[in-house]
Design a protein around this ligand. Structure first.
Ligand code: SF4
Ligand code: SF4
Length: 319
């Protein structure tokens, strides 16, 4: 009995240690990536994390946004491709678990509701492919526009795309709405209020009129962001699992990653315990994967499975 109590408290300590280290890293990355507000200069660094090209206060570049912009400027996007390849080969999708600002938001949303909705394996396996579709559509739009512009015949396609021409994904990205569009509206309103006060304008009316005058694309952005936020409260990391094109590119490359996990088949009490599978936010079928080393496309290396294992059967493996 006493032994059992010690085991449970050791497990709690281990969960606490890893999860706290991860949360601190995510929070520091969130601050660091937006550290222009603290006077830091932007860094010449591209990372495969979901941010927004239109966030003025960011210090790092988001590789997928840069890829779309470079294609639009008819330049081969070798830097963003290198950022994806290098990160994924060394760390797999660990940037999703430890660094991505929108991944951090997704984790925080998961804390709002205590009881989460279960997605059946069959539904999960079907909708997990949606993110590859999103990635493919964006690459097709940006790639074909780039080729047509290079050939000097892309102008009509470009005007047909309108706001979607330069970065088709970012226009509707929930990260863009959260980190760029909404803060911009708040800042604009904050700076205009003193002027309205001076001129005796009806402030509430002016705000309502301003919001109503927003274009259709704004309402679409807002609806997508709200949908993603609400879904994130019920299904942990739902955006990362099912819709993120960054996640899709990294998931594809994750299987070639040096970083992986191993499960000791002697220590693992597979039949009587599924705590690693139950705790996994990405629904990785851990017990069905090769025990020597697994680098599942969906694994974000959050290490929740490592800390939840009472027999310490799972641990990171590199290379
Ligand atoms: S899947 Fe996308 S949003 Fe989620 S952590 Fe990875 S890059 Fe960020
Ligand atoms: S398999 Fe483990 S490390 Fe990977 S996402 Fe699931 S819980 Fe996190």
């Amino acid at each position: 009995m006493a032994k059992k109590k010690v085991g449970a408290s050791q497990l709690r300590n281990s969960v606490f240690r890893i999860e706290t280290a991860r949360k601190i890293t995510q929070f520091l990355c969130f601050l660091l990536f937006n550290a222009i507000v603290f006077g830091l200069q932007p860094w010449p660094l591209l990372l495969p994390v979901l941010h927004s090209i239109w966030t003025p206060q960011k210090t790092i570049g988001d590789a997928f946004s840069s890829l779309q912009l470079m294609l639009y400027e008819v330049t081969f996007p070798w830097l963003p491709i290198a950022a994806f390849l290098l990160t994924a080969v060394i760390l797999g999708r660990a940037t999703c678990g430890w660094m991505c600002p929108f991944g951090f938001i997704q984790d925080l949303l998961g804390y709002i509701k205590r009881k989460h909705s279960e997605v059946s394996s069959r539904t999960h396996n079907d909708i997990v492919k949606v993110k590859y579709g999103v990635l493919l559509i964006v690459l097709l739009i940006s790639g074909s526009l780039s080729i047509l512009l290079a050939a000097g015949i892309g102008q009509s396609f470009e005007s047909a795309l309108g706001a979607f021409a330069s970065a088709p994904f970012d226009v509707l990205s929930p990260a863009n709405t959260m980190f760029a569009t909404l803060p911009e509206i708040v800042l604009e309103t904050r700076y205009t209020i003193p002027y309205w006060l001076e001129t005796g304008e009806d402030i509430l009316g002016a705000i309502v009129n301003g919001v109503l005058a927003k274009p259709l694309v704004f309402w679409l952005q807002l609806a997508i962001m709200i949908g993603v936020v609400v879904l994130g409260m019920y299904i942990p990391r739902s955006w990362c699992r099912y819709f993120c094109p960054h996640g899709a590119a990294l998931a594809f490359l994750n299987r070639f990653s040096f970083l992986g996990l191993e499960r000791d088949p002697v220590k693992c009490t597979k039949a009587g315990c599924r705590s690693c599978v139950e705790v996994c936010p990405m629904k990785v079928p851990i017990l069905e994967l090769p025990w020597e080393k697994f680098t599942d496309p969906e694994c974000i290396y959050c290490l929740k499975c490592v800390s939840s294992c009472t027999t310490k059967a799972i641990k990171p493996k590199f290379p």
